[in-house]
Design a protein around this ligand. Sequence first.
Ligand code: SAM
Ligand code: SF4
Length: 330
Amino acid sequence: MKPLIDPFGRAITYLRVSVTDRCDLRCIYCMTERMRFVPRPELLTLEELARLCAAFVQRGVRRLRFTGGEPLVRRGFLDLLHEVKRHLGAGLDEITLTTNGVQLAEFAEPLYHAGVRRVNVSIDSLDRDTFKRIARRDRLAQVLEGVDAAERAGLKIKINTVALKHDNAHEIPDLVKWAHGRGFDITLIETMPLGEIDEDRTDQFLSLARVREDMQSYWTLRDIPDRTGGPARYVRVEETGGRLGFITPLTHNFCEGCSRVRLTCTGRLYLCLGHETSADLRAPLRASAEDAPLQEAIDAAIALRPKGHDFVIERLSQPATERHMSATGG
Ligand code: SAM
Ligand code: SF4
């Protein structure tokens, strides 16, 4: 089958799949305390998710990343992974996961058996009170147990940390030292204006250009080529020997060369993280057991892919998109 190439000549080789919009945390930059989640009948079933993954792998997607909400709260998630695992080595290179780590202690080994070799674990603080304030849940101990279990199970771990001006800015160097001390890569993420939250985003936004500048006053950061095909730019911290990534969607443009699209748990395909442009794949999926109509719908969706995104954080401005990160999974 012909590969998926967008109108700007970019091949689509990476699919992020949000398997649920639900979560066992309520991070302040991501959700409100009282989120309204998608009604269950609107959710794709595990079989539908597996069929969509297969359809994308047939068209040249080589990497699948499962995310959420929190992927580990979706019932039957491991069954889905076992279904998708059969594509490994037959078009698919890798299955990965982005998780908050709360349930990782229980899931680490089963994930390994389901073909996962790398996980991204989001940790915004190593201080119990700060973690609790950011995540609105007192779960740091479980997350750290999850990290230990993942390491024991043989999973390669990368840490994701959202940089927040008031809550964790002072702690970032310690987080980097901790991650590198454990042999993990760590990526810092700027907050993105996705969905209504309870706070004013300009109060939380911390420029990673600033963070990097500060770091350079006490560390030597050496640029290294980006090998992930994603939005992160990497440096080597000479003093720790570890790899540090910066995801700066607001201050830099990472659209050129972007190979990824995002599927929500209701079957909507988003063509760009910062654009509303999307297409419904659930209707064609449910309309026919044949693959042809679904593949046509995928082609039509990719033809809509915009060149790049247009986030703007302005005080009191509307979010650039109405959906939350928990819908598209970051
Ligand atoms: N629950 C999982 C987790 O937290 O890793 C997976 C989904 S979460 C939406 C994926 C990533 O997006 C996390 O690293 C999270 O910190 C980040 N994220 C969520 N909302 C964000 C926002 N508004 N701006 C930037 N990053 C955000
Ligand atoms: Fe849940 Fe992840 Fe959003 Fe935090 S960032 S509320 S863990 S989906």
